[in-house]
Design a protein around this ligand. Structure first.
Ligand code: ATP
Ligand code: MG
Length: 594
């Protein structure tokens, strides 16, 4: 069984994918399928036991970039459906294109699918596959199509082929090479394989129907000549299969039952079925065959989910790498502090539909806050510090340099214990918690007003100090005696405001990176707009903040709620106990739909 950190009892909203799977399961469509424990052709599976997986799905990334939040949707859909219906989901690298693929991406993809909480281990097998391991079968299948009169070698130039393909309104025209004999085609195809022809000089095409209203059925290309070293098969091949030919075969060899893909492949479905039917009819593939089902892509407002455009942002240094916390790559989101549970929840809540959908980024943030609220310990932090001097300290506390204070680590989880810090004669407060001339409705510090220093004492503001430029450099206040939080006198004096603070003597200095949206427009690349023209110049602001001393013990990647400010994470790359670095994950309230 695929493992998922799902609550198995939670009712899931039905959708057309679930309905399709349930119909197939009720009808027993895939019940008699055999599985030999590894991918293979009809013969390989023929004598094997019945497949222990009730359904098989797959997530098939091309290892040419980092996964982004749109991929997470597909990951969660495929692994989630398999988990829910007693099936297995395969992780398959669709590495049939030799030019753009790299091991770095393979490793990063594996890491992120694991991070999301999914596993491809089931029935004692690691269902991790590489499409390039099927090149031998793909080649054999191509020879079979030629022998069956269903494929031919076309030596037209690319321009001639394009011209003869026709368009939406015009049927295509047969290639002059279309009528060649099977023997001549087979000989030519073998020459292609043996490196006897130049790159681009000829292709293998399916022989279907140049007059088909579906352009994808006008003799699509199956194989091309391309001298390129492949990351898995090296220089063994100089012909490579086209994606549209390779993908259905990959599904069939792996016994996939439901091949779930995005809408742009809808027009390819007739070819998918034509190809697999042709190969099954020839005895090469086991029946029943996989079926392709399309769903709408997930788009999130304020982000870009195109690998090409993300690469441009990285390559042109608009961001600081693939794991920049502003990017919607999973590596970036993890570094930003997003939790796997929140991403899975968003994927679940957005269901599956037959149209491409735009989801407000706020939906993800709501799921994130729900998850962090229950687990992140609390701490006080001052992000824009201003010194507060308690001028009657010695009268109230005598010679003591500091007065110990404590607070629960989490307001609703006493088992997480308490955090300790201390009040001293000087503390840091937020600059905007003081106003020399308070606006209406301002209940925090201004001369003559009393507030509580959270978990500490009540103080009364007496004035402020200014620097040479007239800017406030310190606030002055007096401690109101016998008002310590947690003592009988705490409620004797009523105040309207409570402010957060950290002691100047024990504050932990930290770099805090305040992240905001990377783009200023909801749909950065809508209508062909250059998305670089709507980059938010303030998407990253770095400040020196002062934190409660307990945070020195927080490990990298540890999450915390800074009271009043929002959720923050100790940066997984740069954070050190002696040089803390925190990223703002998100605020306490929705700031996306402002
Ligand atoms: P991109 O357009 O970013 O390059 P891709 O679809 O070309 O993405 P693949 O590696 O082929 O990248 O994607 C793997 C799987 O993820 C595919 O099945 C694809 O349909 C799915 N996928 C990619 N983007 C999204 C998205 N925004 N919403 C849902 N599924 C997606
Ligand atoms: Mg793709």
């Amino acid at each position: 069984m695929s493992t998922a950190a799902h609550d198995p009892n939670a009712a899931k909203a039905s959708n057309f994918l679930r309905q399709a799977i349930e119909r197939d399961l009720d009808a027993g469509v895939y019940a008699s399928r055999r599985f030999a424990g590894s991918p293979g052709d009809a013969q390989h599976h023929a004598l094997a036991p019945i497949d222990p997986a009730r359904i098989r799905t797959r997530f098939p990334p091309e290892p040419n970039g980092y996964l982004h939040v749109g991929h997470a949707k597909s990951v969660c859909l495929n692994f989630g459906l398999a988990a829910d219906y007693g099936g297995v989901c395969h992780l398959r690298f669709d590495d049939t294109n030799p030019e753009k693929e790299e091991q770095e991406y393979v490793d990063a993809i594996i890491e992120m699918v694991h991070w999301l909480g999914w596993s491809w281990d089931a029935h004692g097998t690691r269902h991790l596959y590489y499409a390039s391991n099927y090149f031998d079968f793909m080649y054999r299948a191509a020879e079979h199509l030629i022998e069956a009169g269903l494929a031919y070698v076309d030596e037209q130039s690319a321009d001639e082929m394009r011209a003869r393909r026709g368009d939406f309104n015009t049927p295509g025209v047969d290639s002059p090479f279309r009528g060649r004999s099977r023997e001549a085609n087979l000989a030519r195809f073998r020459e292609m394989r043996d490196g006897r022809h130049a790159d681009g000089s000829m292709v293998l095409r399916a022989k279907i129907d140049m007059g088909s209203p579906n352009i994808n059925l006008r003799d699509p290309t199956l194989y091309r000549v391309k001298r390129a070293t492949h990351h898995n098969t090296g220089d063994r091949w100089c012909i490579y299969p086209m994606y549209t030919y390779a993908h259905p075969i990959e599904d069939a060899l792996e016994n996939i039952t439901h091949s779930i893909c995005t809408l742009e492949f809808e027009d390819q479905r007739p070819f998918y079925d034509w190809l697999l039917e042709s190969l099954a009819a020839g005895g090469l593939l086991q029946r029943p065959l996989p079926r392709q089902i399309e769903f709408g892509r997930l788009n999130l407002t304020y982000v870009i989910t195109s690998k090409r455009k993300l690469k441009q942002l990285v390559d042109e240094r608009h961001v600081e790498g693939w794991d920049d916390p502003r990017l919607p790559t999973l590596a970036g989101m993890r570094r930003r502090g997003y939790t796997p549970a929140s991403i899975r929840k968003m994927a679940e809540d957005t269901g599956a539909s037959k149209t491409n959908i735009w989801v407000d980024y706020g939906v993800l943030d709501i799921a994130l806050r729900d998850d962090l609220e229950g687990q992140a310990p609390r701490a006080m932090a001052v992000i824009d510090p201003l010194k507060l001097k308690l001028t009657n300290w010695t009268e109230v506390f005598g010679a003591a340099a500091a007065e110990p204070c404590q607070a629960p680590a989490h307001p609703h989880r006493p088992e997480l214990g308490v955090r300790r810090f201390a009040l001293g004669p000087e503390v840091w407060i937020e600059r905007d918690d003081f106003a020399e001339a308070p606006p209406k409705g301002f209940f925090r510090l201004f001369p003559g007003n009393k507030v509580r220093l959270k978990y500490g004492v009540i103080i009364e503001c007496t004035g402020c100090e200014k620097d040479g430029d007239g800017r406030v450099s310190a606030v002055l206040a007096q401690v109101v005696p016998d008002t310590r939080s947690g003592t009988p006198g705490a409620d004797a004096v009523k105040v309207k405001g409570t402010i957060t603070w950290v002691g100047a003597h024990d504050a932990l200095a930290a770099e805090v990176r305040l992240y905001d949206r990377l783009f200023t427009e909801e749909q950065p690349d809508a209508g062909g707009r250059d998305f670089l023209s709507v980059l938010n110049p303030r998407s990253k602001v770095v400040v020196q903040a002062l934190l409660e001393p307990s945070l020195a013990a927080l490990p990298a990647d540890g999450k915390v709620q800074f009271e009043r400010h929002g959720y923050f994470v100790a940066d997984r790359i740069d954070h050190r106990p002696d040089r803390p670095v925190f990223n703002r994950i998100t605020g306490l309230k929705d700031s996306w739909t402002r």
